[in-house]
Design a protein around this ligand. Structure first.
Ligand code: FE2
Ligand code: FE2
Length: 248
């Protein structure tokens, strides 16, 4: 398991941790992101029950987890947020930002409504350490209630499952290095799990409206520089969901 710093400027930084070589084979690999701002922390898609202890241990080598004040969940999936009750046991005051339509489902992970901060369908702003982060709608990509995060200072866009790649075990690069090869590891996932071409086009337009230097998915390598635009064009031209699937 490795923690890498993606961005740092003064008291503002982004760290990622993923590619856990010790995880059980049947558990999908996930990237966890920690934004630090003026000594306060926000965790993005903190992961499953399975990897809570290693995520907490590894991030705590770099940041005092007592200062993590909030968690953001892009959607409801177990690989995104099933660790939630452990994080709340560690800090009962933790705020949990989730898409509004998933609130009553996510309570099944053992969290009370007092911790929940529902985000409406249109998105909004999350403030951490005095710094505003934009919450951008990503509905139906893949979940019916799905959100992305954009940090306008760092120019980092957290895309959740969008841009996810299922990479071979020996592929440990943090960033995409060969886009064509990488696309082979993304294609099936996007076609099968992203249900709507219309939703896809809306989200792509939202990303293009912003200045993005890194696009960070919850699985696989990160897109940086020109690979951000390459990914958006590739996704734009990919027929997904019921437009493609032969599943009946
Ligand atoms: Fe998911
Ligand atoms: Fe996922």
């Amino acid at each position: 398991m490795r923690v890498e710093q993606l961005y740092k400027k003064n008291t503002h930084s982004w760290m990622v941790m993923g590619r856990d070589p010790d995880r059980r084979e049947e558990v999908i690999d996930t990237n966890q992101y920690l934004i630090q701002s003026n000594g306060r922390g926000l965790l993005l898609d903190p992961g499953g029950v399975e990897n809570f202890s290693v995520v907490a241990a590894e991030f705590s080598k770099h940041f005092d987890l007592a200062n993590v004040e909030a968690i953001f969940a892009s959607h409801q999936d177990p690989d995104v947020i099933s660790s939630l009750s452990f994080w709340i046991q560690a800090n009962p005051k933790l705020l949990v930002y989730v898409p509004k339509i998933w609130v009553s489902f996510i309570t099944h992970f053992g969290v009370s409504l007092e911790n929940m901060r529902p985000i409406p369908d249109e998105g909004g702003v999350i403030t951490v350490g005095g710094r505003d982060l934009e919450v951008v709608p990503a509905h139906y990509l893949h979940s019916p209630g799905n959100l992305s995060i954009y940090d306008p200072e760092a120019k980092i866009f957290f895309s959740g499952d969008i841009g996810a790649a299922l990479l071979p075990e020996d592929h440990t690069d943090l960033f995409v290095t060969d886009f064509a090869e990488h696309a082979n590891c993304m294609e099936y996932f996007h076609r099968r799990w992203m249900p709507s071409n219309t939703a896809k086009a809306r989200w792509i337009a939202e990303v293009r409206r912003r200045d993005v230097e890194m696009l960070c998915p919850q699985h696989g390598a990160i897109f940086k520089g020109d690979d951000v635009g390459r990914f958006l064009s590739w996704f734009e031209n990919l027929d997904v969901g019921s437009g493609w699937s032969n599943v009946r």
